[in-house]
Design a protein around this ligand. Structure first.
Ligand code: HSE
Length: 430
């Protein structure tokens, strides 16, 4: 028997639409995994007639908060309207009515998290807000559950996609601050008021949430050092390059014997540090736990589906706890593993060959007859060994069976010494 969970969703904007799309797409999977069915029963929005980026048929849409909050058949309240005033009312009313809440609202959780979590614990009713920090990156659950064995000694994060995008464009493409800001605005993840991003306030709100999860305490906003990126100029980037450094807007929480450091500011970090490879709108959290050591999580910190992914996970988490649903799949069903012959990648191929006319043509001919298209060829004499050369060929994507067949033919050519070898090339790792 399925556990049917009725959701009341406040807000059907970018994240709300993404959530509905995921709920519809994952319906059967959630059923077979946990025996849970999610139904978006009601939605409260500012403009009910507005066109949405999702299928809203079957959802009762209104403008009245009470339609959800006073409905005893609503099992979970999802707050995606943003802002703080109305959102605080929604979340606190829901918790007082013992309705579990999922929120994506960083401004609300940063400013009023301590009171709301207190209310949640008084009512023994969960309040989850994974999507409030780092979009789709599961950092709050990781701190709360997966790293519970650890005292987190420091946490360093890139948690504003807009500024990371701007810094990447300025560093890699030499664009000006204003050109990069304009581009970031067009990408759709900047705040309605982009000074929230560029002056570090958005990152500071998220740092307050991270800091509270890391340390179990609250921090007044005014105690956090907050500097943005608007004052950076080309010579800062030139200096960084000359020193093997890159500039990132970091949010840092660090334990010291005499207190806590909490700060947001542009920072020069070594080009080889894992955080330096976090580019464009991507976010990352790099932390140190006294048991686990260093851990880094990175991913998309904004956008409809990444953020909705975190909201959906919180909802399912609550469903699993409240319904005591257990995983139905036991992992014993045999699944088909693709045969190595059917792998498809680019390949780097190498042979030791006799240095004589026509060798490259012979090898390329065999590859061609096996339907393999050559991308680059290079050949060099083996130093201090007369008449021998190294032939290296990179080929376009092909099935592995073609490579194995072609190489077994090539290995038998008179001009080949020993056996050829290959290495698979995975450029995107997507
Ligand atoms: N403006 C935010 C950012 C959106 O750029 O990261 C996600 O909170």
């Amino acid at each position: 028997m399925a556990n049917k969970i009725r959701l009341g969703v406040f807000g059907l904007g970018t994240v709300g639409s993404g959530l509905i799309n995921i709920i519809q797409k994952r319906h059967d999977r959630l059923m077979s995994q946990y025996g849970i069915e999610l139904e978006v029963a009601k939605a409260v929005v500012r403009t009910p007639s507005k066109k949405r980026g999702c299928d809203v048929s079957g959802i009762q849409i209104s403008r009245d908060f009470h339609d959800i909050l006073d409905d005893p058949s609503i099992d979970i309240v999802v707050e995606l309207i943003g802002g703080t005033q109305e959102a605080a009312q929604i979340v606190s009313s829901a918790l007082r009515a013992d309705k579990p809440v999922v929120s994506a609202n960083k401004a609300l959780i940063a400013a009023q998290g301590p009171e709301l979590y207190r209310l949640s614990s008084e009512h023994k009713t969960p309040l989850y807000a994974e999507a409030s920090v780092g979009g789709g990156i599961p950092i709050l659950k990781t701190l709360r559950e997966s790293l519970v064995a650890n005292r987190i000694t420091s946490l360093t994060a890139i948690i504003n996609g807009t500024t990371n995008f701007i810094l990447t464009k300025m560093e890699e493409e030499g664009l000006s601050y204003h050109e990069s800001l304009k581009l970031a605005g067009e990408m759709g993840f900047a705040e309605a008021d982009p000074t929230m991003d560029v002056e570090g306030f958005d990152a500071m709100q998220k740092l307050r949430i991270l800091g509270a999860h890391m340390l179990g305490g609250a921090f007044p906003e005014g105690d956090i050092l907050c500097e943005g990126i608007s004052g950076l100029v080309e010579s800062d980037f030139r200096f960084a390059r000359s020193q093997g450094l890159v500039i990132k807007l970091l949010a840092i929480a660090r334990r010291r014997s005499d207190g806590m450091e909490l700060r947001v500011h542009p920072t020069l970090i070594p080009r080889l540090h894992p955080l330096a490879s976090v580019r464009n709108e991507f976010n990352a959290v790099y932390l140190n736990g006294d048991a686990v050591g260093e851990v880094m999580l990175s991913g998309r910190g904004a956008g409809s589906l990444p953020t909705a992914s975190a909201v959906y996970a919180d909802i399912v988490d609550i469903c699993r706890r409240t319904t005591k649903a257990v995983r139905l799949e036991d992992g014993s069903q045999p699944l088909r593993v693709i045969d190595a012959d059917e792998i498809e990648t680019e390949y780097y191929l190498r042979w030791t060959v006799l240095d004589k006319p026509g060798v490259i043509g012979e090898v390329a001919g065999v590859l061609g007859r096996h339907g393999i298209s050559v991308s680059t060829v290079s050949a060099e004499l083996v130093p201090n060994v007369p008449d021998l050369g190294e032939l290296e060929i990179v080929v376009h994507r092909t099935q592995e069976k073609n490579i194995r067949c072609a190489m077994s033919v090539i290995d038998r050519l008179d001009s080949i010494r020993g056996k050829g070898t290959f290495i698979r090339i995975e450029r995107s790792l997507a």
